[in-house]
Write a new protein. Structure first.
Lengths: 261, 265
């Protein structure tokens, strides 16, 4: 049986080459100045200074954060009741509802976003509102499914106990159901916030050329301007911002847990 | 009224989810270029679609890449998962962290990482880099789908096979693989949909002239092209048929099974 251990070795080599080295290369490119050959590398912080010294870049970063945070909040507010209603339905209706939610997700995201472009073409809405619609449309199903999963796993006896102990329906929801569904909300946040903050085709397709988010910056510096060093620095900054946000969310989750215990 | 409120709310949300899909289907039959006014019924955009070589090629590439990436990533993923289940903790932890890095990274970061990697090594981007990138990002999902099944596996069964004279390979092939089949199947399905739907990574690692459906839609979006509606309608139709079959066939099989059971009894 132990001989099977060896089966994992090829993938360790594979992953080191195709997962770790590319990540390392982003860091490497971010810290060297443009046009360096491998032989004549000089390290520099210029790419980062350039980003933080220009208010336009900071503005784009803050806008991306704002869009992602608001999208996540809308998804929670709109998605929670959906998950709650489905979780309380009959088992058969539950599986049909889940199927109906997953079905559109099988159709290419680009294709669905392209459709919204047509619908919103003459709506007169601002680019920002259009981008919100596109983001919520694409990411809401993830939030609903995550919350639904945590709600449907919940032991219903807790609710009966809460009612027996004198809670009314509202109190039972606030003190039992909601806290127990927090893990679902947290994983929903990860699945919505992360792609929302780095998205670049939704703003491009729905916001028109003028609405730039950090993903569009990265795309432009890599594919249009060809300034890979600066592009790599921007993506590194974005990754760090995402890591900090995820850390804060996780911390919130633990505090909740500590409170409940 | 209170009783119907939840139903109404669900209906509105589902309407929101299906609105663009219905919209695309309707406008694929429009007889003008307009995306806002339905002026009359025609098959014009379907004819244009079948005449459009780049568009047809993009469908071909999406399918062929998804099939090949699924095949390769399922094989590598299965082998790795089996090895991983018998590995020491350190190795397990390392591979899991590596896979998490691949799955949790924003797609655009993975995409530019691979692009920098290919270009720095002077590998010409095109079909092969596209396929390789898809295999790379699919494997972690395959491993993730198979690991739970391996954890449930009874170690004694493989040991018994070895005691009864199987070589390790026979034990793998005759005992372990059949038991983790559902996991392998889920993994393959995930890999296929991930690959077929991918845009961001494909967009950065593909070369000139090689487009999948996503990159084609993105590149032709600057001008209005109603053939994309026709293409989308066909994708919607195809996926609906597959999903219906996937959900109905097991039911039919189950019915037939219970029927034969009743006959035997």
């Amino acid at each position: 049986m132990r001989s099977f251990r060896r089966l994992v070795y090829p993938y360790i080599v594979w992953g080191s080459i195709f997962i770790l080295i590319p990540m390392f290369m982003i860091v490497f490119y971010a810290f060297i100045s443009e046009g360096n050959g491998v032989m004549t590398v000089s390290f520099t912080f210029d790419n980062f200074l350039r980003f933080f010294e220009d208010s336009i870049f900071i503005e784009v970063l803050l806008r991306s954060l704002k869009i992602a945070i608001v999208t996540t909040i809308i998804c929670i507010i709109v998605g929670y009741p959906v998950a709650y209603i489905i979780a309380r339905a009959k088992p058969n209706s539950q599986s049909i509802a889940v199927l109906l939610i997953t079905l559109p997700m099988w159709i290419n995201m680009l294709v669905r976003t392209y459709a919204w472009r047509g619908i919103l073409l003459e709506s007169g809405l601002s680019p920002e509102v259009k981008v919100y619609i596109g983001m919520v449309y694409n990411f809401l199903p993830f939030m609903i499914l995550q919350i639904y999963t945590s709600l449907s796993k919940m032991n219903k006896d807790y609710l009966i106990a809460a009612t027996d102990l004198g809670c009314n329906a509202r109190q039972a929801f606030l003190k039992v159901t909601l806290p127990l569904s927090v893990p679902g909300i947290i994983s929903g946040i990860t699945l919505v916030f992360l792609p929302a903050v780095s998205s670049f085709f939704i703003p491009k397709l729905l916001g028109g050329g003028s609405f730039v988010l950090i993903g569009n910056l990265i795309e432009n510096y890599f594919l249009t301007a060809g300034d890979w060093n600066f592009g790599a620095a921007i993506s590194l900054i974005m990754t760090i911002v995402i890591l900090i946000s995820m850390f804060i969310t996780k911390k919130f989750d633990h505090e909740k847990e500590a409170e409940n215990a | 009224m209170r009783k119907y409120l939840p139903k109404l709310y669900l209906f509105l949300i589902f309407a929101f989810f299906y609105l663009p899909i219905i919209y695309v289907i309707i406008f694929s039959f429009n007889d003008s270029r307009s995306l806002t006014n339905f002026t009359g019924f025609s098959f014009e955009w379907y004819e244009k679609m079948f005449d459009n070589r780049t568009m047809m090629e993009s469908i071909y590439y999406s399918v062929i890449i998804a099939v090949l990436a699924t095949l390769v990533s399922t094989i590598i993923g299965t082998i790795t998962a089996i090895g991983l289940s018998k590995s020491r903790k350190v190795v397990k932890e390392f591979v899991n962290q590596m896979n998490n890095l691949s799955m949790l990274n924003p797609e655009i970061v993975t995409a530019i990482g691979l692009m920098l990697f290919f270009v720095s090594l002077n590998i010409e981007t095109g079909f092969m880099t596209l396929l390789l990138a898809h295999i790379i990002f699919c494997i972690p999902y395959v491993i993730l789908s198979i690991m739970p099944k391996l954890r449930q596996l009874d170690d004694n069964l493989a040991e018994a096979a070895l005691d009864l004279g199987c070589t390790p390979w026979q034990a793998l092939y005759k005992v372990i693989i059949p038991q983790i089949k559902p996991g392998i199947f889920t993994g393959a399905l995930t890999a296929f949909t991930m690959s077929f739907d991918d845009f961001v990574i494909s967009y950065f690692v593909t070369g000139p002239g090689i487009n999948n459906i996503s990159t084609y839609v993105y590149s032709s979006v600057r001008r209005i092209n109603p053939s994309i509606n026709a293409l989308s309608t066909i994708i919607v139709l195809g996926i609906t048929i597959i999903l219906i079959l996937a959900n109905v066939l097991p039911l039919i099989a189950q019915k037939r099974r219970s029927k034969t059971k009743r006959v035997i009894e």
